[in-house]
Write a protein that binds this ligand. Structure first.
Ligand code: ATP
Ligand code: FE
Length: 347
């Protein structure tokens, strides 16, 4: 079974061809340079870039896979959640291709794509705990089947990646903030500044990173007031302190999420923040203590891509019918409709 996947929900235009678990091609065209001057993704610019680039990216994915359209047995596309302009472009193209090729169409939840990736890369068995931690998301999901996700908790404000990016900007380090803070933190002393570990006093797996960001900002202001500016060592110490606080929060909440999950086969992480070595080490301690493997898919499949969308459709098509031409693009699309937690972004 050969599936073409299409992803355009944020700032990456992506297409991939999968034959079962085999990734024949995975093309990701980023838009970072288009948004660089604006301090964030500009929806209108993103939408236009997706509309312009999608067909070329799909063509390239087919070429790199050595496939032509006649080899495609099904089309999978991100139907949400995300920036609506991009999602609409992807869904429209997918509908057109499905109709023209007379193959079934599957709309996929972007988060299901992330959450099922450990099965694509490492054949992890159900149920497993997934921590999705990126620039836009932060949540614990108990994954018990291709369409069975239970949200155990998540951030009630910023996602950690977003906080890394903002803190980097505040202390004068380049974007994206995650890698530059990680690099600076290597030369820093985490204990120099006392930064908070928000929500650790509260039960459950919900998290908060906005107060930590503000506390880091206040600490920066105090240093500047005392010394008239930030030295490289100040930047490094602030970076190390902030990173340690994020790692502590994720570690402790992960412990609680594992208790809430019951027996699971693995602790899995996905999302750009999972690239951070300090955070990884903190999470690995938890999986070691629980005697389960720690699974982090390779970064190219951890961040936004279309291979995960094609793969999610491959898993889900066993127990669901294809979507019709009325498939809609949805800016919001909760994964877990049974979730009791009304907190969080719902993204
Ligand atoms: P989403 O895919 O959830 O919509 P996104 O596109 O922002 O959001 P990713 O591409 O998965 O998410 O991750 C990007 C984020 O990861 C950025 O905020 C970046 O700062 C962060 N990040 C990348 N590398 C690191 C690192 N080494 N340490 C911490 N954060 C990192
Ligand atoms: Fe994503």
């Amino acid at each position: 079974l050969t599936v073409l996947g299409i992803e355009s929900s944020c700032d990456d235009t992506a297409a991939a061809v999968l034959r079962g678990r085999q990734v024949l091609s995975s093309v990701v065209l980023g838009q970072t340079s288009l948004h660089a001057n604006f301090g964030g993704v500009v929806p209108e610019i993103a939408a236009r870039a997706h509309a312009e680039k999608l067909d070329g990216v799909v063509r390239q994915a087919l070429d790199e896979a050595g496939s032509n359209t006649g080899d495609i047995d099904a089309i999978a596309v991100t139907a949400g959640p995300g920036l609506i302009g991009g999602v609409v472009s992807g869904v429209m193209l997918a509908k057109g291709l499905a109709a023209a090729l007379d193959v079934p169409l599957f709309g996929v939840n972007h988060l299901a794509g992330h959450a099922l990736t450990p099965r694509l890369t490492d054949a992890v068995g159900y149920p497993y705990l997934m921590l999705l931690v990126s620039g836009g998301h932060c949540q614990f999901l108990l994954v018990s089947g291709p369409d069975d996700f239970r949200r155990l908790g998540g951030t009630i404000d910023d996602a950690p990646g977003e906080a890394f990016d903002k803190v980097a900007r505040l202390i004068g380090l380049p974007q994206p903030g995650g890698p530059s803070i990680e690099a600076a933190a290597k030369r820093g002393v985490a204990q120099r500044f006392a930064l908070p570990r928000p929500l650790l006093d509260r039960d459950g797996c919900d998290m908060s990173f906005s107060g930590l960001k503000t506390a880091t900002l206040r600490t920066r202001d105090k240093v500047i007031a005392e010394k008239g500016g930030l030295t490289e060592q100040d930047q490094a110490d602030l970076s190390a302190g902030f990173q340690a606080a994020v790692a502590d929060v994720l570690q402790e909440k992960c412990r609680r999420a594992l208790v809430a999950s019951g027996t699971v086969t693995a602790l899995c992480v996905a999302g750009g923040v999972a690239a951070n070595q300090t955070i990884r080490a903190a999470l690995e301690t938890v999986s070691d203590d629980n005697d389960i493997p720690f699974v982090a898919p390779p970064l190219a499949l951890c961040t936004d891509n279309a291979a995960m969308i094609a793969y999610a459709a491959i898993e889900q098509m066993q127990n669901r019918a294809p979507d019709g031409m009325d498939l809609s693009a949805r800016p919001r699309m909760p994964l877990d409709t049974t979730s009791q937690s009304m907190l969080g972004s719902g993204k």
